[in-house]
Design a protein around this ligand. Structure first.
Ligand code: SF4
Length: 217
């Protein structure tokens, strides 16, 4: 068989799609990051009728190329919270405004095979937007984010995603020096707000794009 790993994940993602749909998420399958971009731009966005868009920290979002594609979209009001030219105050103000857009795009730290999205945030704007505010939410999920259950989701996040993200963001936290979470009390701590999104409410508000390749942290 050619591409046995992709074949394996096709089965696992088809099963995951069913479980997530039973939890009222709308679910799309994508072969890779490029395909995920196509799915979002051709299948999801036109149906939402979104006139404004924003996003929360997600390496997967960057990997799909959607950030570059959407930030120049003349038909959208774009609230670019990644804009490095903003002052900290401006950036915070934009994060607040981004909770009222038509469409919010982000990733997830983990998705369980029992159908929950699990996230841990520094500011909380990303988990806030997933929970309430934007009319539509798109969550982009690489296959490396799939874990069996809530316990393994939390292990994945504290044991891997959070320390690597702290390193990526040049935070002054113990995990940056050691690679291990030490449940720090640092002002730079990035682990502040947990969410478990057990179901989408209203049904279909959260659209999950399952990507059959590794993406994000
Ligand atoms: S709690 Fe602190 S040490 Fe642990 S992963 Fe988060 S930032 Fe790093």
């Amino acid at each position: 068989m050619e591409k046995p790993i992709a074949h394996f994940w096709e089965h696992r993602m088809a099963d995951l799609k069913e479980v997530l749909e039973a939890n009222h998420f709308e679910v799309f399958l994508a072969e890779d990051a490029l395909d995920a971009s196509r799915v979002v731009q051709e299948k999801i966005i036109p149906r939402t009728g979104a006139k404004s868009v924003s996003w929360g920290g997600s390496m997967t979002f960057i990997a799909t190329g959607l950030y570059d594609a959407l930030k120049g979209d003349p038909h959208m009001e774009v609230l670019d919270t990644f804009d490095k030219s903003l002052t900290p105050e401006e950036s915070l103000a934009l994060r607040r405004k981004s909770l009222l857009v038509d469409l919010f795009i982000t990733g997830t730290n983990a998705v369980t095979e029992t159908g929950e999205l699990v996230n841990l945030d520094m500011y909380g704007n990303r988990v806030a937007a997933i929970t309430f505010g934007p009319k539509h939410v798109i969550v982009l999920v690489g296959r490396n984010k799939v874990v069996p259950d809530l316990e393994s989701a939390m292990e994945r996040i504290k044991g891997y995603a959070a320390p690597v993200n702290a390193m990526r963001l040049d935070k002054k936290t113990p995990c940056v020096k050691t690679g291990w979470c030490e449940e720090c009390n640092s002002p730079d701590r990035i682990c502040n707000s947990w969410t478990i999104t057990q179901k989408s409410y209203p049904k279909g508000r959260i659209k999950v794009v399952l990507i059959n390749e590794e993406a994000g942290l």
